[in-house]
Design a protein around this ligand. Structure first.
Ligand code: ZNA
Length: 275
């Protein structure tokens, strides 16, 4: 029984006022809590901002649209069940002009090649284009039943074949190789026994996609160190030659790593004179 019924009218009014006030206060508290919780839980992923920031370094692209096309490849999916085709919409949303004669491919020489292309504006690697730049050196994946992008707890490069990250690199490498034209350069590692590794993306995807109607020459730069292990007669390089589409000419040159480093840090040396 509500004892308020027996209160004088003024007290009843004041009591009702109090009740309304506390309901409003509780409601406001709930709203504030929900907003704070929503913001912290959703936490605009720094992965997305990195992607967008890097994308915006390139002119003439709709980066939000490109992000949407990228994200749909893996969001809500098992991170081991992302085939390379899942990134087709990302490729379609990101048209790019090939730089004929300046395209640089690489395998097992990541740091050296990027140090080189950064300092000397002669060659363009996949990572210098929007396609590769936006997520280079990053890890990402989705999760079933979630619409988020995760950057931790993602399967490693070799844990499963169709993982989010590896499939991405396969797909963008294919797109980059598809438009390769003129003289193409590949920087391979002469300090390992198999510079042309049959498991690499360069071997399994890129070389297979070079088309003789566009690519004239493949120039291999085999980067050696003092006690070099390999030279251009290496057996794996013989299979590289065999893999090439007939009509594409092949060249191989051994170049000391020290020479490449010296050349890239000498602003006087013109493009193409490093080997
Ligand atoms: N920027 C990248 O991370 C990347 C670029 C990754 C994979 C492929 N690519 C393309 S294909 C790049 O533009 C080159 O033209 C091509 C190089 O691929 P590759 O022939 O497979 O060469 P690689 O040196 O074996 O691997 C390239 C990169 O892939 C490495 O630097 C690593 O970042 C990653 N990777 C390869 N194998 C592993 C790995 N990461 C972890 N564990 C591995 N076993």
């Amino acid at each position: 029984m509500d004892r308020g019924e027996f209160l004088p009218p003024e007290k009843r009014r004041r009591r009702r006022g109090c009740l309304v006030l506390s309901v409003v206060a509780v409601l406001m508290l709930v709203i504030v809590l929900a907003v704070v919780l929503g913001l912290t839980l959703r936490q605009e992923p720094s992965f997305k901002s990195t992607f967008i920031d890097r994308c915006e370094e390139f002119e003439g692209y709709n980066c939000e649209k490109i992000w949407g096309a990228f994200e749909q490849a893996y969001v809500g999916r098992d991170p081991c069940q992302v085939p390379m085709e899942a990134y087709d919409p990302f490729i379609a949303a990101t048209p790019f002009q090939p730089a004929c004669g300046r395209m640089m491919f690489w395998s097992k020489t990541k740091d050296l090649v990027h140090d080189f292309t950064e300092k000397k504006d002669c060659f363009v690697t996949l990572e210098d284009t929007l396609l590769g730049r936006v997520v280079n050196d990053l890890t990402w994946c989705g999760k079933e039943g979630s619409s988020e992008t995760f950057t931790t707890g993602c399967p490693g490069w070799t844990y499963c074949e169709n993982n989010t990250v590896r499939s991405f690199w396969k797909r963008v490498s294919a797109a980059f190789a598809d438009v390769a034209c003129g003289d193409v350069t590949a920087m391979l590692n002469g300090s390992i026994a198999t510079p042309f590794s049959s498991e690499s993306i360069f071997a399994t995807i890129e070389v297979k996609r070079f088309n003789s109607s566009r690519v004239k020459n493949l120039n291999v730069i085999l980067v050696t160190q003092e006690n070099f292990v390999t030279n251009c007669t290496n057996a794996s390089l013989k299979s590289l030659q065999k893999e090439l589409d007939e009509g594409i000419k092949y060249n191989c040159k051994e170049v000391a790593e020290a020479q490449i480093n010296e050349c890239s840090s000498d602003p006087q040396k013109p493009c193409g004179s490093c080997w």
